[in-house]
Design a protein around this ligand. Structure first.
Ligand code: CP
Length: 315
């Protein structure tokens, strides 16, 4: 690692949410990720930075990208890795979260990466166990590493995010990606708007320093980067939209809308995509889209988070 990131540490022992981290923390993670991105593009992609560190990946909710990305990041850093998934575990027999984690920690674990459906589950754990906790998504609350990899990917495209216009489109109400993105982008000095149907935008969202736009075409014309979110049908216990067809008509990002703009914008999506609902294949697979770059950058950003948090133990 370079001299600059070798001696700096994060202000927190855990990554519970972007809300709890400083803008200096975020910048340090993004700078460190740049160094790890070089590492994972070398013929020998592995470094010994986390040798003798053991990490438990605990997923109480489904995941493709985040789970694989963390596991790969850990292995690239030479950590020992164990994986836990709630399906097929003793959670199904009624074991509590704290008992489950304490049993796993008794096997001498240094870090826990966890996805859990309950907002605040990681905060709760951090008060009861002695290891680094990394939030890989807690219900509708935060998904900090997604926001960090999104910010990293945006910076690659448009440079310093200060003063850049970023719109987050879609189901803001149920999205942990939206909340973490808002905290992260505001801390990096970006201008942030949210756009979606009124039923899917929390009434107090302006208190976070963002503007609201209900007209997708105006939002696209304003932005440098559009981060398109998935409609989270699994988190909606009532119907917030008349139909997916109507949603796609008013809030779907499609080629016609992009072609009408008089400038290039960057299109992002955290995945998984509902093709034909919030975004069409013509846009998701176009030259405007950096969706797969986001996934690539996720490994480098997660390596940076793991490396920097492991260092907090040594100080
Ligand atoms: N973006 C994201 O969190 O994807 P997964 O649910 O597949 O991890």
């Amino acid at each position: 690692m370079s001299d600059s990131s070798q001696y700096q540490t994060l202000s927190t022992k855990h990554l519970l949410g972007i809300k709890y981290n400083t803008s200096d923390d975020i910048k340090l993670i993004l700078e460190t990720a740049t160094e790890f991105k070089q590492v994972i593009n070398r013929p020998i992609k592995k470094v010994p930075s986390l040798r003798d560190i053991t990490i438990a990946n605990m997923f109480f909710e489904n995941s493709t990208r985040t789970k694989l990305s963390f596991e790969l990041a850990e292995k690239r850093l030479s950590a020992d890795v164990i994986n836990f998934s709630s399906s097929g575990s003793s959670v199904k027999k009624g074991e509590t979260l704290l008992d489950t984690v304490n049993n796993i920690l008794s096997m001498k674990i240094d870090m826990v990466v966890m996805r859990h459906p309950s907002p605040g589950a990681h905060m709760f754990l951090s008060k009861h166990v002695d290891c680094n906790i990394i939030n890989a998504g807690d219900g509708t609350h935060e998904h900090p590493t997604q926001a960090l990899l999104d910010a990293y990917s945006m910076q690659e495209q448009v440079g310093d995010l200060r003063g850049k216009n970023i719109v987050i489109i879609g189901d803001i109400k149920h999205s942990r990606v939206a909340l973490s993105n808002i905290f992260c982008l505001k801390k990096l000095g970006a201008n942030v708007k949210v756009c979606g149907p009124p039923t899917l935008i929390p009434p107090n969202i302006k208190h976070l320093g963002v503007d609201v736009e209900y007209d997708l075409d105006k939002a696209l014309a304003w932005c440098d980067v559009a981060n398109v979110l998935r409609i989270q049908l699994e988190r909606q216990n009532i119907s917030y939209i008349p139909s997916l067809r109507e949603y796609a008509l008013y809030f779907g990002v499609n080629k016609e809308r992009i072609d009408r703009l008089d400038k290039q914008i960057v299109i992002m999506h955290p995945g998984p995509i509902n093709r034909g609902v919030e975004i069409t294949s013509a846009v998701a697979d176009s030259e405007h889209s950096i969706i797969l770059d986001q996934v690539e950058n996720g490994v480098a950003v997660r390596m940076a988070v793991l490396y920097l948090l492991a260092r907090t133990k040594q100080h």
